[in-house]
Design a protein around this ligand. Structure first.
Ligand code: SAM
Length: 245
């Protein structure tokens, strides 16, 4: 496939508005993720390893907020022999158009499909796993409890929720340093100071991160028993939450 279009959304002449997942974002989205989410590919790989441990043949894996389908395409390659079904859910039609196109290009239409739905109204009982990567942070904090409880209810006994998020530290000094380290990471990936500042402003009030402890408490309050982090890089973390068998 062609190299993804370069993310220049926050260069000098871009309009200042809140961040939305529109067609301009979709065009550059794969490049944006590779340059904005630390260890993006490694997190997908680690998540696939956990799925390999917890899933049964015939299980369905739902990726909620699947965007252009990168994660599921990787899973369908890494877990090819496991007899799993993969379903991506997103409410952005342009994201799903791109996801379907990529799925056809990689000849994965048999195991991978996509649904245009609001993930907060999820109704897919007996799911083997829900993946929610960098998406819970966009759901209003007051709605998160109900959303995660719905996921718990929709999982089969022994099913897993795998969650990756940007996180904050309640220690102000650590929080500041983690954000500074993250901005240096983005500079190294080719974003200018201005682009970093503008994106940060556009995401303010749209992306609301919890701390690691707040995410763990949320998961436990919804009934999950084994809750742990399986990856952390400064202000990014991934969590596993298992529904008791
Ligand atoms: C940061 S992206 C997710 C990235 C993707 N999970 C990955 O790891 O490549 C957030 C996605 O969630 C979708 N989204 C946000 N709120 C949603 C909702 N309520 N229902 C469905 N999709 C939603 C957006 O359209 C966008 O594609």
């Amino acid at each position: 496939m062609d190299k993804p279009a370069k993310d220049t959304l926050f260069q000098i002449d871009s309009v200042e508005e809140d961040f939305v997942f529109n067609e301009h974002v979709v065009e550059v989205f794969d490049d944006m993720l590779d340059r904005s989410v630390p260890f993006y590919r490694e997190v997908i790989d680690s998540t696939a390893r956990l799925l390999d441990c917890f899933l049964n043949r015939g299980d369905t894996v739902y990726d909620l907020g699947c965007a252009t389908g990168t994660t599921l395409l990787e899973f369908s390659r890494l877990l090819e022999d496991r007899g799993l079904k993969f379903v991506g859910v997103d409410n952005s039609a342009p994201m799903l158009d791109k996801a379907r196109l990529k799925t056809e290009l990689y000849s994965k239409t048999e195991s991978l499909s996509f649904l245009e739905e609001d993930i907060t109204k999820i109704d897919h009982p007996e799911a083997g796993a829900f993946i929610v990567n960098y998406t819970l942070q966009f759901i209003r904090p007051l709605q998160r409890g109900d959303f995660v409880r719905q996921l718990y209810d929709n999982l089969r006994p022994g099913g897993v929720l795998l969650l990756s998020e940007k996180v904050i530290s309640h220690d102000r000094r650590l929080n500041r340093e983690y954000i500074a380290i993250y901005h240096r990471f983005k500079k190294k990936k080719g974003y200018s100071e201005l682009e970093i500042a503008k994106k940060r402003e556009a995401l303010e009030n749209v992306l609301i991160p919890f701390s690691i402890d707040e995410n763990k408490t949320l998961l436990k309050n919804c009934g999950f028993k084994s809750v742990d982090t399986y990856f952390q890089w400064f202000n990014f973390a991934s969590f596993i939450a298992v529904k008791p068998s």
